[in-house]
Design a protein around this ligand. Sequence first.
Ligand code: UDP
Ligand code: MG
Length: 316
Amino acid sequence: MAPILYVVLPCYNEEEILHMSAEKLLEKYDRLLKEGKISPESRLMFVNDGSRDKTWQIITELFQAHKEISGVNLSRNRGHQHAVHAGLMTAKEKADVVISIDADLQQDIEAIDLMLEKYNEGCDIVYGIRNDRGTDGFVKKVTALGFYKLMQIMGCEVIKNHADYRLMSKRAIESLSQYNEVNLFLRGLVPEIGYKSDVVYFDVRDREAGVSKYTMKKMIGFAVDGITSFSIKPLQMITFVGVVVLLISIFMLCSTIYDFFRGNAVAGWPTTVCSIWFLGSVQLISIGIIGEYIGKMYMETKARPRYHIESVLWKE
Ligand code: UDP
Ligand code: MG
């Protein structure tokens, strides 16, 4: 039986592009239906993320005109990640499988076929990965690269060049729903879930209408959110700095003792300098130790699920 597919599209002030995107998706929907790849109960689900323009009005009109379209309206702007999450959680009630994609369809919808194929082969999560960054401007390219590098250094596992264009099975979304954290960073959370997953590659296009809703401020906020939601490495770095300072203080001690015996030392100077460095390192290491505990507490407060069971072999 063909699966019920829901395509979730977060929309924030997208009045200029909604009609165009809906048209393309409806075409795609018809083709997938004809080829028997999806069930007729499948839907295109537009999530209005508190837009200030006519986005919700357009979604309502599209809903009235096409039975394939449904809509979710958030009470206010909560940001891309929350809009996707709201869509996934609403869609999981009815869908077998959900694909999230940006409403501007910069990501190639032809990859949907391949994602469904992988799903049929038994994958619970299929990540869409962009082929290159040819269409991006210099600033976007550099910031994106910097973002992945920083995430890597900070110990947050994200899939490179993957941006929330992904397929998730019903049970993968059920598992995602068990993460109650308020600071949502789906790109980090979804790989945490596990299950069999795969990737498909797609090309990125320029935006056909409207402007990017990701301002520099939002992008920096996103990166900070990603790091602070996933990693306690910044806290652990304090201990590392403390140890480095401790080594410096030992070096200082040796060199002042050497100077002292050679008779070069100024009275009072060695004790003052050595104490400053040594005390500094003691303080940093102490803060680091407290940081370790705070990090543990922080992780505990998230109350993440400990595991997800993929399958059980059972004999009566
Ligand atoms: N978006 C959203 N809420 C926001 C910002 C963006 O739902 O607060 C949606 C937006 O409508 C689009 C997707 O997130 O469907 C990606 O945004 P955009 O295309 O502006 O980002 P870019 O492709 O430039 O990174
Ligand atoms: Mg876009």
